[in-house]
Design a protein around this ligand. Structure first.
Ligand SMILES: Cc1cc2nc3c(=O)[nH]c(=O)nc-3n(C[C@H](O)[C@H](O)[C@H](O)COP(=O)(O)OP(=O)(O)OC[C@H]3O[C@@H](n4cnc5c(N)ncnc54)[C@H](O)[C@@H]3O)c2cc1C
Length: 316
């Protein structure tokens, strides 16, 4: 089988490398930053319904990832767990559930009397919650176990990688803007405040269309609190005022977060694009399979996309 170079060691690159290496392809991952320093490490992260383009495909990718995350939740050491979730806000669910929403495990209305913070509508469910630093470690171990190698090796162009291998998989996230000249990619700045877990189990999520909302993801050792999204901001510097607003909003919903110490503030740039780019492109005598532009859904889409990458690599 031909050598494959995967560009990028975020969730897209590592999951693609796992699928390829486990299918027998010799895989090298070339990356500018190791997994703990990627955008992927900053994500909350929760699996959730995706409505972005290409809609039929994102629905299928989402469904495939859900299946895998449910299996991983039964394995120790993956960083994945099925967690109870309370989602509040304007959910605009009509008589018939959209197929994306129908995928949500255990979805049922919440009793309005149980809703905190003055919210009047809400739903309960059970969602895959992924502790990203631990999960990226798990994926890294799985790449290595299948014979794949990960090395620091920034590239200036996709062609540079194609000089080393006949098949290149481009999982460079926002880096694809420079690597491919894709001017439809843009950053969506995000910031999380990470605090010690005072004993929380349940995910809390506010759904709205505003640039700021309340959410927290209680992992065993830490709670990841958000959320914010600022379109077009490339600067990753954490904003102390945003930190305060996030803490205030989360503490209003969950008073047990009042006393708990802040561990760190982390930021990342979601790789936003009008649609996910997952396609094969000829590159002289080589081929490039692009897998980037997952915006706020890269974890959710990761397994479905990685399997499609492996299918495209296998289709000569
Ligand atoms: C605050 C926040 C919360 C989020 N929450 C969620 C969530 O709950 N659920 C969800 O599904 N998604 C969530 N996301 C979105 C998710 O994090 C992204 O969609 C996902 O991380 C994208 O993964 P990626 O591997 O494509 O890109 P990245 O993680 O950015 O990885 C890109 C990789 O490419 C490498 N690279 C770039 N350029 C080059 C180059 N020239 N040469 C070599 N290597 C290069 C980088 O070093 C890196 O290793 C969130 C994002 C943020 C910021």
């Amino acid at each position: 089988m031909q050598q494959v170079v995967v560009i990028g060691a975020g969730v897209s690159g590592l999951t693609s490398a796992v699928c390829l290496a486990e299918a027998g392809w010799p895989v090298r991952v070339w990356t500018a930053a190791m997994p703990p320093d990627t955008t992927s490490a900053v994500a909350g992260a929760v699996w959730g319904p995706v409505f972005t383009e290409p809609v039929a495909k994102t629905l299928s990718w989402c469904r495939q990832s859900l299946r895998v995350f449910r299996e991983l939740a039964d394995e120790p050491g993956t960083g994945v767990r099925m967690a109870p979730a309370l989602t509040v806000g304007d959910l605009a669910v009509g008589a018939e559930l959209p197929p994306q929403v129908a995928l949500i495990p255990d979805l049922r209305p919440a009793d309005p009397a149980d809703l905190p913070g003055g919210f009047t509508t809400g739903f309960r469910s059970t969602l895959p919650m992924i502790d990203m630093p631990q999960y990226l470690n798990y994926l890294t171990r799985r790449v290595a176990a299948a014979g794949g190698e990960i090395e620091i090796h920034p590239v200036r162009s996709v062609a540079e990688a194609a000089d080393a291998a006949p098949v290149v998989v481009n999982c460079s996230g926002l880096g694809a803007a420079k690597l491919t000249g894709d001017d439809t990619l843009r950053p969506l700045f995000g910031q999380h405040v990470v605090v010690s877990n005072p004993g929380l189990q349940q995910i809390f999520l506010e759904r709205n269309d505003a640039p700021e909302w309340v959410c927290y993801f209680p992992h065993p050792q830490r709670v990841v609190c958000g959320g914010i999204s600022i379109a077009g901001r490339w600067d990753k510097t954490a904003d102390p005022e945003v930190t305060q607003r996030i803490l205030q909003r989360c503490r209003r919903i969950e008073p047990r977060l009042e006393e708990t110490p802040v561990i760190e503030t982390i930021t990342g740039l979601r790789p936003d694009r009008p649609s996910v780019r997952l396609e094969s492109e000829p590159l002289g005598r080589a081929r490039c399979i692009h897998n980037y532009g997952h915006s706020a859904n890269g974890v959710t889409l990761s397994w479905g996309c990685a399997r499609e990458v492996a299918r495209l690599v296998g289709a000569q």
